[in-house]
Ligand binder design. Structure first.
Ligand SMILES: NC(=O)c1ccc[n+]([C@@H]2O[C@H](COP(=O)([O-])OP(=O)(O)OC[C@H]3O[C@@H](n4cnc5c(N)ncnc54)[C@H](OP(=O)(O)O)[C@@H]3O)[C@@H](O)[C@H]2O)c1
Length: 253
């Protein structure tokens, strides 16, 4: 059976992806920091497929290396890595943000993603034909917006790192994709606002955002494309979201 390693499987896209790949019979290696959520997911999905849960903070490079290099044979070779763990913090303007929030985004979205990729690469290369690395970027990595500051910059890193990985992996058969969603309803905004449920509800109210299952379906599609196809970047928005006009600072009338 093919196997997939999903970071951030305790919520949102990661949890929906675990459920989608389980439906297709894939073996699952699921990570996240919240043990009780990993336990619940293991209980739910281990009736269908092989499940290994690894409580892990992606920022801890030693823990990541130890956990991934010690994966049991039953889950190898690795067919797909989904680098999904990530977060945005501090929706306010850059000049009002605590430095710690910037560091947390860089440590998670950039350092965490490279920690996991570095540890998983040897396992993907063991049977590389048709293997994939699917990195969760964002429309914020391409399109600037107020309050995007380090979050958008971290997702621009994800895009360029994905492209550069492709160059180095040419000839190995391992595919790399930057999957860049727009507005999607998960716990993302709850995390960004540090627990403000009303702000999260307001963002998704009276429109039709993407759902976690929509992204999970795209992840499964990317992982199961014929092995000669690589989608470099896949940007997805809800139909009810688009870009906006340039902002201009004007003198008072
Ligand atoms: N929702 C959107 O609108 C949207 C749009 C574009 C891109 N994205 C990207 O999609 C990815 C998933 O977001 P989501 O919307 O599904 O958000 P979510 O519901 O908040 O899920 C985020 C996941 O990341 C994990 N995570 C966060 N920090 C971690 C750390 N230090 N170590 C390990 N795991 C960590 C969380 O698990 P634990 O807390 O249990 O560790 C959780 O499972 C993120 O990279 C996000 O930037 C989201």
């Amino acid at each position: 059976m093919p196997s997939v390693l999903i970071t951030g499987a305790t919520s949102g896209f990661g949890r929906a992806a675990a459920q989608r790949f389980a439906k297709a019979g894939w073996s699952l290696i699921l990570t996240g920091r919240r043990q009780e959520r990993l336990d619940a997911l293991e209980k739910e999905l281990s009736q269908q497929v092989n499940v290994l849960t690894l409580p892990l903070d992606v920022r801890d490079s030693d823990a990541v290396t130890t956990a991934i290099s010690g994966l049991p044979e039953a889950f190898l070779p690795l067919t797909c890595l989904i680098n999904n763990a990530g977060l945005a913090l501090a929706p306010e303007p850059a000049q009002k943000v605590a430095l710690e929030d910037w560091h947390t985004m860089i440590d998670t979205n950039i350092t965490g993603l490279v920690n996991v990729t570095h540890a998983a690469l040897p396992l993907l290369l063991k049977n590389s034909e048709g293997a994939s690395i699917l990195n969760l970027g964002s429309v914020a990595g391409q399109w600037p917006y107020p309050g995007g500051h380090v979050y958008g910059a971290s997702k621009a890193f994800v895009q360029q790192f994905s492209y550069n990985l492709r160059c180095d992996l040419l000839g190995t058969g391992v595919r790399v994709t930057d999957l860049a969603p727009g507005m999607a309803e998960t716990e993302f905004t709850l995390v960004r606002t540090k627990g403000d449920q009303a702000a999260s509800d307001a963002l998704y109210k009276s429109t039709t955002p993407l759902q976690a299952e929509d992204i999970a379906e795209q992840l499964y599609y990317l992982a199961t494309l014929p092995p000669h196809i690589n989608i470099n970047r896949l940007e997805i928005m809800p139909v009810r979201q688009a870009w906006s006009a340039f902002a201009v600072d004007r003198d008072p009338a």
